[in-house]
Design a protein around this ligand. Structure first.
Ligand code: NDP
Ligand code: MG
Length: 379
């Protein structure tokens, strides 16, 4: 029996993780759950799963969690404390944004295996993540579907024989929208993803391709592959989750119907495989799979990501922080869709910070990037 903690249990990844754990209750026990502010849903989950610990970042919801027979952790350090609980074996990390960084480091420092969905933490602090792994002995198993696919494909050869990674992208709702029309799209339109049902921020990031930009960096840091060896391919059906080409020309791919529960489950059961309650892939029914080169002009998020990765220290944080700020502005109808990449480009061009050596440094650069993105909007 493995004891599992789910960080961000009230989100899209978190609720699907609980489903997977519920389907395999002979193998996993839900030890703890955590959320930002949604105390009501957290309390409902606690009633259904009876975890030993409940963690909530926002103290305002503390009352709602009383009388559930669990130990309650409240405040900014609730998730990091839960992530490092002595009796936890596995941590599913589905907190969104840079707030996921401290809990990630905390889990790795205390030797946990982390099923990692949050990408912002590793993009912003890959060195600190590596140091935490070396100090604490923890490890990361990717949940992000592209990284899970690459992780599986890499088993087919040696790392030294990898020619390139091919990250697939659905292309989002505006795959075929021309540049002029892109300027006028609304947040409501951007929130309608053609394939995946996800949290709000990552859905906007999928429409701008900032999600793919973050994944280029995530793949580079997770697998130690430089940006020059990472390509992006638009694949609207989202059946091929990513591919690895080896030096001999052989290409390995991982395919399935698009369903995050598979990637979550694989990270939990690795290296074993178990039955998973997802639709089975019927290729004859799917008929055709198509692939296109991405349009770097309409989607500047990609070139900006390669530039950020090349510098590799301050610019990934600026890329992520400015994007988070710009997505907020866009969702609040303060800026247009195409302004998101302009805000990020401005922040990356104007950030003036030293390489980060600590969490405080990372948070400082993140804050400055958000300030720059907001100041660009006010210009
Ligand atoms: P959601 O917005 O649906 O969920 C976010 C979760 O994080 C919620 O449980 C939220 O709690 C919690 N949270 C937010 N802030 C804090 C905080 N300060 N402390 C503790 N918990 C907090 O996001 P998703 O599930 O879509 O995404 C989560 C992460 O996984 C992101 O990094 C995303 O990029 C990544 N990912 C998601 C995929 C998906 O299919 N959804 C696919 C691949 C990666 P509350 O409900 O209280 O706000
Ligand atoms: Mg992904």
């Amino acid at each position: 029996m493995k004891n599992v903690v789910v960080l961000g249990s009230t989100g899209s990844i978190g609720t699907q993780a609980l489903e997977v754990l519920g389907a395999h209750s002979d193998k996993f026990r839900l030890l703890g759950i955590s959320a930002g502010s949604n105390a009501e849903m957290l309390a409902r989950q606690a009633k259904a799963f009876r975890p030993k610990y409940i963690a909530l970042a926002d103290p305002a919801g503390a009352e709602e969690l009383k009388g559930l027979g669990a130990e309650i952790l409240i405040g900014a350090d609730a998730a990091p404390r839960l992530a490092s609980m002595e009796d936890a074996d596995l941590v599913v990390h589905g907190i969104s944004g840079i707030s996921g960084l401290v809990p990630l480091l905390s889990a790795l420092e205390s030797g946990k295996t982390v099923a990692l969905a949050n990408k912002e933490g590793i993009v912003c602090a890959h060195r600190l993540v590596q140091e935490a792994i070396e100090r604490g002995g923890g490890k990361i198993l990717p949940v992000d579907s592209e990284q899970s696919a690459i992780f599986q494909c890499l088993c087919m050869g040696n790392r030294a024989d990898v020619k390139r990674l091919m990250l697939t992208a659905s292309g989002g709702p505006f795959r075929e929208t021309d540049k002029e029309a892109l300027k006028r799209v609304t947040a409501a339109e951007a929130l309608k993803h053609p394939v995946w049902n996800m949290g709000g921020k990552i859905t906007i990031d999928s429409a701008t391709l900032f999600n793919k930009g973050l994944e280029i960096m995530e793949a580079s840091f997770l697998f130690g592959i430089p940006g020059e060896k990472i390509d992006v391919l638009i694949h609207p059906q989202s059946i091929v989750h990513s591919m690895v080409e080896f030096v001999d020309g052989s290409v390995a791919a991982q395919l399935s119907m698009p369903d995050m529960r598979l990637a979550i489950q694989y990270a939990l059961t690795y290296p074993e495989r178990r039955e998973c309650r997802i639709d089975r892939l019927d290729l004859a029914r799917v008929g055709a799979l198509s692939f296109f080169e991405p349009d770097f002009e309409r989607f500047p998020a990609l070139s900006l990501a390669y530039a950020a990765l090349k510098e590799g220290e301050v610019l990934p944080i600026a890329y992520n922080g400015a994007n988070e700020a710009a997505v907020n502005l866009f969702m609040n109808e303060k800026i247009g869709f195409c302004d998101i990449s302009s805000c990020v480009e401005y922040a990356m061009g104007h950030i003036d910070c030293k390489e980060p050596r600590s969490i405080e440094d990372v948070i400082g650069i993140d804050r400055e990037s958000r300030r720059l993105a907001n100041s660009f909007f006010r210009k």
